[in-house]
Structures are given as C-alpha cells and as structure tokens.
Design a protein around this ligand. Structure first.
Ligand code: LLP
Length: 417
C-alpha cells in the first residue's frame, strides 16, 4: 500500500503540503483538518436516533480553542475535568448548561468554580459528595458510578472495573442516598466511563446495562451519561477496520427505548467521546535529522520527542507513519527502522521496528492520528518548545491556531531576582 495513502485519500493538507507547512510554521508541527473534524463530530452526534441525546466532547483529548469552536458549531456539548478546561470552554463559547464537569478528587475551590458558574458537576466518591453537599446544599449533582466493567488499550486507561480509582461502587448506594438526603441534594444524573479505546462495541453495550441498573434505583433523573472510549483505527496501514458505529447505535437505541419506557421518563442520554472526535483530524509533522546504524538497529532521529507526543513512550501506542520525500519511494526501498526523538531518554521512541520508505536527513515524516492526547499531553521537558498548531480549513488553506512556544515562554513563571 502507498505509504501516504491516508493523507492523499483525504486531501489532508488541502492546497498546501507538509514541506510548505514546515517552512512556514517550523518543525515539528501539529496540523489539523477541519473537514475530518466536522465529519467525526457528526458521526458522534448522529450515533443514535433517540431524540434526547447529546455527545459531549471530552476536551482532555484536545483543548485547542479554535477546534473547540468548531466542535461547538457542530452542536456538541462538552465534558470538563478541571477548572482550566471549564475556563477554556467558556472562552470558546460553550454555555454553562452545555458543560458537564466530571470531577475527580478536587478541592473546595475547584468545586466552587463550577458551582458558581452553574455547571452541573459529577462527583465520584462519598467524600466528594459530602464536600459538594457542604458547599451547595439543596443543589443539583451528578454521580459517577463504577460500572464494574472496564475496557481500554492499556491498563493505564481502563477506568471501570475492580482496579480503578474512579467512580462509586454500587454497594454504597444506600450511603449515597443518605448523603443526598442529609444535604437536600437533587441527583440529576448518573455517569460512567469504562476506559479509553474500545474497537468492539460489546463491552460498551454491557456497561450501559450496568449503569441503567444503577440509574433505576434513583427517581426522577434528568440524564444518564454512558461515557466515552470510542476507538479509532490506529493501524490503517494494515487495513484495520473502523468501530461499527451503526451496530453500536442500533443497540443503544434499543436499550434506551426499552429503558425509558420502564423508567416512565424520557431522560437525556449522553456520551463522552474524546479521541473519536479529534484523533484522526490531526497529523504531527516532523523532520529527520540523522540516520544511523547502532548494533544492527537503524535509528531514524527526528525532532518529535516524547515532549511533543507521549503516547508511544507512555502506552507503547502505535501511530502509523507517513514519509514525505521528493520522489515517492518504491517498495524495494523500504527498510525496517526505529524512529526516535530528540529527548535524552532511551524510551524516546515514536515507532519501533517499522517498515518504512527509506529515510534520509531532511525528509519529513507525519505521525498519523495525533489529534487526540497529542498536544494536550505535550510538555516542555528538556526545556523544549511546544510546537505550533495549524488548521487546514474546509477551503484547503492553512491558518495558524496556536503559535510555537518561544524561549521567553520558558521563563514566564519565574520570579527572577
Ligand atoms: N470521559 C471520562 C470521564 C474520561 O476519563 C475520558 C478519558 C473520556 C471521557 C474520553 O475518553 P476517550 O473517548 O478519549 O477514549 N491519554 C490516553 C487516554 C486517556 C483517557 C482518559 N480519560 C491516550 O492517549 O490514549
């Protein structure tokens, strides 16, 4: 298969090219495609036909304000995990009632931040429910339960089941009820999140039955939130299939219809997709600066360190790599290489033992599906500058949506005496 098939097929770079983009905005560079972002928003918004349904974009995956504005214009609501995320969402134009604060172990100040702005907050421990009650007696609250079932691409991102810090276990429902009563709180919603990245719909479907079983133990709920975790095919170059959304949506519709008939109220149902919305609209471009042979391994050295994209180093995640050369390499010029970054740790690996068109100094590579948990998890480790972010608009032109860090930015918070 042509190594550049994904970006060619989608006309990802519009009227520009990787080379032009790096010349204009520097390397490395996050590039997002508006058309793909809108398409993914629509797929999530139209997941089911049940009328009272909303997809809440989980902005931890990518909180660039320009992307948030696009997501908002597609009619999605949003989830926030911190006051910082709430702040950015409000700046992007989301109204308080369009934001759901899914808190975890937060201070009184952080909880107050949401309460004062009229943002519905979910708590996920008895301690935090009491704290909420003290701060906002008589208020509306949501509770995150542990669905007892987990899923995910790595144990670090499984958030349901027996080994996770998240959610209240259903065995504490009686205590939950007595705290709600003690502080005259109204439970308006229940939520869950089983984990990040499932490609088979079954675990998600199972978990919805579980949370619905919990929900029916409470009267007069306004909403039930099934959580996120919708996976994307990171191995497109190997022909990996997409998550079957049609099947998943059909099953969810059936479950929601039956449940609301039984409950006697057409509650609102929500999901919390993060990755699905933004992963595929983002490519991380970088430049090759060295190619060397060390003890039988061919290392391709680039400027994409794990400060820029941490997923491969942190979770051994796979990202397809495209190679942009002046002339397209033919199959016999392919070579198995390990692509690394410029951070002083040997775990600074982007792609291990990967068969790629032969690379030379000056070539450009594209790390695919980098729009989710890419920039949002980037850092200044090694005092490196975080890259710029560029959007390829629907008309094919590129606009800068966040500038690259400068050296002065590195000193911004110091109190230099
Ligand atoms: N809702 C809650 C409560 C969450 O904790 C998360 C993700 C989401 C929704 C969105 O999950 P998604 O649809 O994106 O899978 N950094 C990891 C993923 C961590 C996910 C954390 N929670 C990665 O790069 O794979």
């Amino acid at each position: 298969m042509n190594n550049n098939y994904f970006t060619e097929n989608t006309n990802f770079y519009g009227s520009t090219s990787p080379k032009e983009l790096l010349m204009e905005y520097g390397s490395p560079l996050y590039v997002y495609n508006e058309k793909i972002l809108r398409q993914r928003c629509r797929e999530m918004a139209d997941l089911v036909t049940y009328p009272n349904f909303k997809a809440n974009f989980s902005i931890k995956a990518n909180s660039n304000i320009e992307l948030l504005k696009i997501v908002h214009s597609e009619g999605l609501y949003a989830d926030a995990m911190s006051p910082g995320e709430i702040y950015v969402l409000l700046k992007a134009g989301f109204k308080p009632e369009e934001i759901f604060y899914v808190s975890n172990n937060v201070s009184e100040e952080e909880m107050k931040f949401a309460i004062e702005r009229g943002i519905i907050t979910s708590v996920d421990s008895l301690s935090q429910l009491r704290q909420f009650g003290r701060l906002n007696p008589g208020g509306k609250v949501a509770i995150r339960f542990n669905p007892g079932i987990g899923a995910g691409h790595h144990e670090k991102v499984v958030t349901g089941g027996k080994k996770t810090k998240f959610g209240i276990n259903p065995e504490y429902i009686d205590e939950v009820k007595s705290i709600l009563k003690e502080y005259s709180l109204k439970l308006v919603g229940v939520n869950q999140h089983i984990g990040s990245l499932f490609m088979e719909p079954e675990s998600y479907i199972e978990s919805t039955k579980y949370i619905l079983g919990i929900a029916e133990q409470f009267e007069d709920l306004d909403f039930i939130d099934f959580g996120g975790g919708f996976g994307i095919p990171y191995r497109k170059q190997e022909g990996q299939q997409r998550l079957d959304l049609a099947y998943l949506g059909e099953k969810l519709d059936d479950i929601m219809d039956k449940w609301t008939d039984k409950y006697g109220k057409k509650v609102f149902f929500k999901t919390e997709p993060g990755r699905y919305i933004v992963a595929e609209c983002g490519v991380l471009l970088g430049t090759v600066y060295s190619v060397k042979q060390n003890n039988g391994i061919c290392f391709v050295g680039t400027d994409i360190g794990f400060n820029v994209l941490i997923r491969p180093a942190m979770y051994d995640s796979h990202h397809d790599i495209e190679v942009y050369k002046n002339a397209s390499a033919t199959a016999k010029e392919y070579k198995t290489v390990t692509v690394v970054g410029n951070i002083c740790e040997s775990g600074d690996i982007i792609a291990k033992d990967r068969l790629l068109p032969q690379l030379e100094e000056g070539d450009i590579i594209g790390v695919m599906d980098a729009g989710a948990y890419g920039y949002s998890m980037s850092s200044n480790y090694n005092n490196r500058l975080r890259p710029a972010e560029v959007l390829i608009k629907e008309n094919g032109t590129a606009v800068l949506i966040r500038r690259r860090d400068t050296l002065e930015d590195l000193l911004r918070n110091y109190e230099i005496k």
